[in-house]
Ligand binder design. Structure first.
Ligand SMILES: Nc1ncnc2c1ncn2[C@@H]1O[C@H](COP(=O)(O)OP(=O)(O)OP(=O)(O)O)[C@@H](O)[C@H]1O
Length: 354
């Protein structure tokens, strides 16, 4: 998914959104070089150990979803987000044509599909970054079809953004503060009242540092965001989103540009969001990631949802294999061998020595 796709080339109006989010087109994520998400052998062991155990939250959501029939548009027991009859056309081409989708609260749902399937467009519609030609959708039972991304964030649904060039020139901490609700960029009038603002700033700084520590980025608070590795950038994107204390977090390709040796660590962080009670929806091309952490997978092809269900059964669905792999018969739909904790611990240790 690229930031330029957020723009509507059909010349139709797109709602004004948070300037943090759309300052400039995203640049490619960081180099594939050394990353230090896992700072020590002990930390690597901890991540590996955690990845082998399924959390209570994971087990619970798996149990709940095991009673849901894996068929397109199926009703879920505890829905946080619903989309119905959503269509988005560009000229004569229908990019999105979704009859019905329900997203289960507290689950990690992956949105996958081949290139051009409509994932980005659907994701942009859901998150208030584009307008549908028709359709309705609800978040927490409230209609959100005409709600901007900034307003959505205030209601508890937030999406991550690839770090733009402008944000890369700010420090890690400045990035966090800019993402805080009520920051001076969002409310210039408020920033005129310095004493009032400085109280907010102190609280926001404390909150930012707490979140950065959780992602092992607190030591980097004064570094320019642009100097972070690919994996650290992805963590900063997640950290920024958490500044709004969301109930649902939408992740834009969380594994893109991340050194494969450190994907496991990132996956662990995404799972932790679910384990804390957040609902996660993510668009992703990395099938290992999808298989490993998703509780539910939604597959798009040619604008429509062609399958949905638990990861293992969806990946074996013939319609998915046909639609998804039509053009790429050699695509690996998630070989778990790569996720073997021992292999990963070794890769991470090697990476650390470099
Ligand atoms: N702003 C736009 N103007 C015109 N056509 C667009 C626009 N955005 C997307 N499309 C078209 O809509 C279709 C769906 O694109 P979309 O980017 O949503 O797919 P995707 O599944 O996210 O693909 P990828 O995996 O490559 O990111 C494509 O044919 C694309 O060319």
């Amino acid at each position: 998914m690229s930031a330029d796709k957020n723009e509507n080339t059909a010349g139709e109006p797109v709602e004004t959104v948070d300037p943090v989010a759309v300052a400039e087109p995203a640049e490619a994520t960081g180099p594939d070089g050394t990353e230090d998400l896992v700072g020590s052998a002990a930390a690597a062991d901890a991540v590996a150990a955690a990845s082998t155990e399924r959390s209570a939250a994971a087990k619970k959501v798996t149990e709940i979803l095991s009673h849901v029939e894996p068929k397109v548009g199926v009703a879920k027991p505890d829905v946080i987000l619903t989309a119905t009859g959503v269509q988005r056309r560009f000229g004569g081409m229908t990019a999105v044509d979704v009859d019905h989708l329900e997203v289960q609260r507290g689950a990690i749902t992956a949105l996958i599909g081949p290139n051009g399937a409509g994932k980005t467009t659907f994701f942009n519609l859901l998150t208030g970054f584009d307008k549908a030609n028709q359709g309705t959708w609800e978040f927490e039972g409230r209609p959100i079809a005409h709600t901007s991304a900034a307003k959505l964030a205030r209601t508890g649904m937030v999406r991550t953004f690839q770090l733009t060039k402008a944000l890369s020139r700010l420090t890690v901490l400045q990035n966090m503060l800019l993402a805080a609700p009520g920051n001076p960029g969002e409310n210039l009038f408020g920033s005129l009242f310095r004493p009032l603002w400085s109280g907010v700033e102190k609280r926001n700084t404390a909150k930012a540092m707490e979140i950065l520590a959780r992602f092992n980025l607190d030591q980097k608070k004064d570094d320019f965001a642009g100097s972070l590795s690919g994996g650290q950038r992805k963590l900063l994107e997640m950290a920024r989103a958490l500044m709004t204390e969301p109930t649902m977090i939408m992740l834009d390709e969380p594994m893109a540009g991340v050194n494969p040796a450190l994907v496991q660590s990132l996956l662990h962080h995404v799972q932790a969001l679910r384990d804390e009670g957040m609902t996660v929806l993510f668009v992703e091309h990395d099938m290992h990631a999808v298989r490993h952490i998703s509780d539910w997978v939604v597959v798009m092809a040619e604008g429509r949802i062609v399958a949905e269900g638990p990861p293992d059964s969806v990946m074996q669905d013939q319609a998915v294999v046909d639609a998804y792999l039509g053009a790429h018969h050699d695509t690996d739909l998630g070989d778990d061998a790569l996720l073997d904790p021992a292999v990963l611990a070794r890769l991470e240790a090697e990476e650390e020595k470099r």
